[in-house]
Design a protein around this ligand. Sequence first.
Ligand code: SF4
Length: 201
Amino acid sequence: MTRRRSSYRSLASLQRDLAVCRACLGAGYPLESLPVLNPGLGQPAYLYGQAPGPNEGLERRPWRGRAGQTLRGWLGMDEDTFYSTFYCASVTRCYPGKSPAGKGDRVPTPEEQNLCEFWRDWELRLLRPRLVVPVGTLAIGRLLGKRPLADCVGARFELAADRVGIPLPHPSGVSLWLNSPTNRALVERAVAAIHEELAAL
Ligand code: SF4
């Protein structure tokens, strides 16, 4: 059952409603999991990925598969540090299933992305993070507008008063973008900028 209030006073109450959201199913889209939820509360920074994969959908926790391991490796964080630093959200929160083309997971449609933006907007309003890290082209596009990875990874963006965005590419291993040493150097620059921001929080 989908419940959306006109206003939320706490992340805990927002998460109670997010946990049972079926808005995309109601709009006719196939989903293969319930919403994935951020574990715990009180994180100082916000991580914004694309959509959960099958492992995340099963566990209902974010970044549980190989991509999560790679991301934590880039950041130099163990699981405890990662989950206590970042409130992990994504453009959509339910596993969308395999791509009909048979390669990788289905990319959520623009309507599903719009339906799920409700949760992101309330999270940002309640959490008020100084640092937001969009991960992958879809999340970067939703926050910064569409742009090539090479034009934004390694850069800082003022998203709002007292809020900075530092993009990262998706660590899934599907993208060939990371094969380039120049691009890997951009990731290192982005990670250094993220740690600078975290140290200043
Ligand atoms: S993807 Fe988002 S909007 Fe769609 S059903 Fe899941 S939580 Fe709800």
